[in-house]
Ligand binder design. Structure first.
Ligand SMILES: Nc1ncnc2c1ncn2[C@@H]1O[C@H](COP(=O)(O)OP(=O)(O)O)[C@@H](O)[C@H]1O
Ligand SMILES: [Mg+2]
Length: 625
């Protein structure tokens, strides 16, 4: 990939990836009702269900104690105040105080109940997402930009947890309080209650429209957030290239464009919410004014007691918060629903089924020695492959590979850049699945091996060596977690990674993100050590020595020869010096193996091979001079 390194990485919105509105083809993106999306969170919230219900109960009781206040007020106005009975006032005033205290305490309790278990729910959701991302095939990761995954694992999960902690509880509680309060208003005076409720009808219609618009805007904002994360991630990872090519301005422009788009969407959301809010606050206010005027007339005609009017108005006022909150509660629910949708889009992605080991019968040899000589080693039979996103009408990248690598043999794979060498090697550890044909290891189809077995048998080192933020030791031992110090030392020796001793803390030196603090050649040698430390039976090396100087390469090769003598190896090679390490060479061209033989044989018999090698060797010769 390094050869076609592009100074300006493709922007997520332009690339053919699931981001803003570009997932239309996947079955998961069928719009679900917000309620159904949110219901899918239930299995995760289950664990905390008693807490959530308890919290609802506490909040409900607190709100009901607020609704009890008007009743007490009516008692005060129609009783002690109307009769100028100061002594009768005290118990009722005390009741008001108790109700106020109860409300405050219950709200406090609700907070305490719900906070911690929901943090756990979020942790579980996040853990499951991470595990899923690890299991999904490479082809999934080829398609999905990392920022989209990152934003799902962070901001979307946060929104989902917050929804379970507050809006969910209040949606339930406030609806209950609203219904109770409405019943109470009707029992106090049905005429005033009707007047107060008139705006409810247009509000309901308006709210439904709001919900649809707001859901769409939330989804867009979350996708744009993911695009933004991708831009940030790429500019941080690619900082050297951006600086070297002076493209940081382009990237900053890119960032500004994405963040402006996100800002516009957020403003649209705020606008929608603001309009709803204005309607929800304004209309009931008018209705309340009308109810007050009507009430005053009724009191004047002695058809209503002053106490009842006071009680009615304070009930209506107590319902203000439940009603006003509906706007942002629905907004939040819509946001949580689309966050849940985004989460489950990833969780619903099909995983490669891990085929259980086949019965040890025909075609399977528990010990390599059991297989007929012809079947031993690595065998590709009629293997075809094309990338899922390859343009239609193009021929398959691999169009019928037939290749046998004999046990203990080292076979070099050569071919022009882009001929599919890396792809072919990626089929062996099953990073991709062939679209046709089969690959066998000592006669056993690799699909009949469990992933663990396969990973134990086959070790790989890629051209682009990836190191993790961990110590040198941890990075190398990823290849064989149980290897002892001796084997570790031998692997480092083989890979000529003596430079490790000169690192500040030797094997325990932390190598930075992607091993950036090491040179390319040093990283390659650690990756090579990782591949050989497990002393695998089958070794796949994708041009593992490309970043080494010729002298070091020769040393590595000599050491590799010893390792490779017991190992069946497929080595992608560019330089004649690497090819010389191999017993035989196979030439990949036009999706097929067009020639197999020793280096000398192919030099004599195959013009294409000669051309490929001479180009390289001439260049090397020129450089040497
Ligand atoms: N993940 C991918 N998705 C789609 N196309 C790819 C992917 N990786 C490589 N390709 C394409 O497949 C072709 C062969 O790539 P590769 O196997 O890396 O070639 P080589 O290693 O021989 O240089 C190239 O045209 C490349 O653009
Ligand atoms: Mg390659």
């Amino acid at each position: 990939m390094a050869e076609n390194q592009n100074p300006a990485p493709p922007t997520p919105a332009e690339s053919n990836t699931p981001s803003t509105g570009d997932i239309g083809s996947s079955p998961e993106s069928v719009p679900r009702s917000p309620v159904r999306s949110l219901l899918r969170l239930w299995p995760y919230a289950r664990e905390a269900r008693w807490r959530i219900f308890g919290s609802m109960a506490a909040a409900g009781l607190a709100s009901l104690s607020v609704l009890a206040v008007p009743i007490v007020l009516r008692g005060i106005v129609d009783g002690p105040i109307a009769h100028h009975d100061l002594a009768g006032l005290w118990p009722l005033a005390a009741a008001l105080l108790v109700l106020g205290l109860a409300e405050a305490c219950l709200f406090g309790v609700r907070r305490i109940i719900v906070a911690r278990p929901l943090a756990k729910v979020e942790t579980r959701l996040r853990g499951d997402l991470f595990a899923k991302l690890q299991r999904l095939p490479i082809s999934f990761h080829d398609r999905w930009p990392s920022g989209q995954l990152l934003s799902r694992a962070t901001s979307d999960l946060f929104v989902m947890r917050l929804f379970l902690a507050f809006p969910l509880v209040f949606l339930v509680v406030n609806s209950t309080v609203f219904l109770t309060g409405t019943v109470l208003m009707f029992t106090l005076d049905w005429r005033l209650a009707l007047i107060t409720l008139v705006p409810a009808v247009p509000l309901m219609v308006y709210t439904r429209r709001f919900e649809a618009g707001y859901s769409a805007a939330s989804r867009l904002a979350q996708d744009q957030n993911g695009d933004l994360a991708t831009v940030v991630e790429e500019s941080v990872l690619g900082i050297r290239i951006l600086k070297a090519f002076g493209r940081h301005r382009t990237m900053a422009e890119e960032f500004r464009r994405h963040s402006a788009a996100l800002r516009d969407t957020e403003l649209r959301k705020a606008g929608l919410l603001g309009n709803l809010w204005a309607a929800i606050v304004g209309l009931p206010e008018l209705a309340l004014g009308a109810a007050l005027a009507t009430g005053a007339v009724l009191v004047a005609h002695d058809e209503l007691s002053v106490g009842t009017l006071v009680a009615f108005l304070s009930t209506a006022l107590a319902l203000r918060w439940p009603v006003e909150s509906i706007g942002w509660l629905l907004g939040f629910a819509a946001e949580a629903a689309s966050a849940a949708n985004r989460y489950f889009e990833v969780m619903d992605e099909p995983e490669p089924a891990d085929v259980p080991p086949a019965p040890r019968g025909a075609g399977r040899y528990p010990h390599s020695g059991d297989a007929p000589a012809d079947d031993r080693g690595i065998r590709f039979t009629g293997v075809r492959f094309r990338y899922p996103d390859a343009p239609a009408g193009t021929p398959d990248l691999l169009a019928g590979i037939d290749l046998h690598i004999r046990p203990g043999e080292t076979l070099a794979l050569v071919g022009a850049t882009g001929s599919g060498k890396t792809t072919l090697t990626a089929l062996l550890p099953r990073l991709y699945e062939p679209t046709a044909g089969s690959i066998t290891l000592d006669g056993t189809d690799i699909r009949d091996l469990s992933r663990e077995e396969l990973r134990r048998e086959v070790a790989v080192a890629f051209e682009e060596p990836t190191l993790f933020s961990a110590t040198v030791r941890e990075n190398v031992l990823m290849g064989a977690p149980n290897a002892d110090e001796q084997r570790l030392a031998r692997a480092l020796d083989t890979a000529q990674a003596g430079f490790v001793d000169r690192l500040p803390e030797g094997l325990d030196t932390e190598v930075g993100e992607q091993g950036l603090s090491l040179s390319g050649g040093q990283r390659q040698r650690l990756a090579l050590a990782r591949a050989v430390v497990g002393e695998p039976r089958f070794l796949v090396l994708d041009d593992p020595l490309s970043a080494l100087d010729v002298h070091t390469e020769a040393l590595v090769e000599r050491a590799l020869r010893q390792v490779l003598s017991d190992t069946t190896a497929l080595v992608v090679a560019h330089r004649p010096s690497t090819v010389l390490l191999a017993d035989r060479v196979a030439l990949l061209a036009d999706g097929r193996i067009t020639a197999v033989g020793t280096h000398q044989e192919l030099l004599q018999s195959c013009p294409a091979y000669r051309a490929l090698m001479s180009g390289e060797s001439e260049l090397e010769g020129a450089l040497a001079r």
